[in-house]
Design a binder for this molecule. Structure first.
Ligand code: TYM
Length: 332
């Protein structure tokens, strides 16, 4: 296990996981779990940057965990854990916060987007990428599989590594982003010029992993398409391009193969084909998810074991950091 390279990634517990999260990230996590030593995290601390109903947050955290498993992440091969159950994340985040220049955080486009859409602009929202850096650096992760929207946060993390090393000497591993070639940015179904987001106010914009088949059919068949009728991949036609990207990611077919499959057919045919493909892909996921959610004891037990495993690794890194920066050893 130790000679394998390490991966860390996660998703924030807001809304419900979408096809965008699956195609842009979790599907890659699944592929990489064979070759790497993987830490996959339910990012519930990040969720606190927006108002949360306590009961709902706890339930949603568990639901995300069950969805990770149902989507094919194997708890035997990976450490799949809840961020808040590994206190080292918050501790390292504080240390990193204390030497992250505000100028770096001011550049973060996600903060600009999010803060322009909310009245709750708190310090956590601002330093959100610093907590992400702590998540990554605690495990000395080599590779970070994410969708395109997280690229800037990873750049900040890389800058922090350089700054820390400059001041205290080699400590962390420089993480590399891993962004898939297809589906790194799945777009909204109703407005294909913006990203499909699980915290979107309009549920018609996304397909949730746990949407029932009827809802999935309705959302995909109601997706906005462009003028024209030929099914051909064209970035100038973002609606149809987005549907083809989802089709390609789930079927493994290239755009050319999809064009051939739907030659002489209309946009409506593609939507019907895609809705069926999404439902077929998610059917076994729904079955597994329902089983898991009925077995909360199993989920809790697994979470406890994974937190201990994660803590073992994270604790070592944090001890090194404390030593370097001049704090007393941890555990007093
Ligand atoms: P989150 O929860 O927004 O998204 C989880 C993952 O899904 C990807 N993603 C998408 N990919 C393609 N198309 C989309 N429409 C789409 N929407 C989301 C995201 O890029 C991400 O990879 N801050 C992170 C969670 C996090 C994290 C970390 C990630 C916390 N700590 C450390 C990596 C490393 C987030 O909110 O992701």
């Amino acid at each position: 296990m130790t000679d394998k390279k390490t991966i860390l990634s996660g998703s924030t517990v807001t809304g419900n996981l979408t096809l965008g999260n699956y195609i842009g990230a979790i599907n890659n996590w699944k592929k990489l779990q064979e070759e790497y030593n993987c830490f996959y995290m339910v990012a519930d601390l990040h969720a606190l940057t927006v108002f949360q109903d306590p009961k709902e947050l706890r339930e949603r955290g568990m639901s995300f965990f069950a969805q990770y498993l149902a989507l094919g992440l194997d708890p035997e091969k990976n450490t799949i854990f809840m961020q808040s159950q590994v206190s080292e994340h918050a501790e390292l985040a504080w240390v990193l916060n204390c030497f992250t220049p505000m100028g770096h955080l001011n550049r973060m486009t996600q903060f600009k987007d999010k803060s322009s859409n909310t009245k709750n602009i708190n310090a956590g929202l601002y330093s959100y990428p610093v907590l992400m850096a702590a998540d990554i650096l605690l495990y000395k992760a080599d590779v970070i599989p994410v969708g395109e929207d997280q690229k800037q946060h990873l750049e900040l993390c890389r800058d922090l590594v350089d700054m820390f090393h400059h001041r205290y000497g080699e400590t962390f591993v420089m993480p590399e982003p891993y962004i898939g070639s297809v589906g790194a940015r799945i777009m909204s179904l109703q407005d294909p010029t913006k990203k499909m987001s699980k915290s979107d106010d309009n549920p018609k914009n996304y397909v949730s992993i746990i949407d029932d088949p009827k809802k999935i059919q309705k959302k995909i068949k109601g997706a906005v398409t462009d003028s024209g009728e030929v099914i051909k991949y064209d970035e100038e036609k973002p609606g149809i391009a987005n549907l083809m990207t989802i089709y390609s990611a789930l079927s493994g077919m290239s755009y050319e193969q999809i064009e051939k499959e739907f030659e002489g057919k209309m946009y409506g045919h593609l939507k019907v084909g895609l809705a069926d493909l999404v439902c077929d892909t998610l059917k076994p996921v729904h079955e597994k998810y329902d089983d898991l959610m009925k077995n909360q004891d199993y989920l809790n037990d697994l979470l406890k074991k994974s937190a201990l495993k994660a803590k073992e690794r994270a604790g070592k890194t944090l001890a090194e950091v404390y030593e370097k920066i001049g704090l007393l050893p941890r555990g007093f």
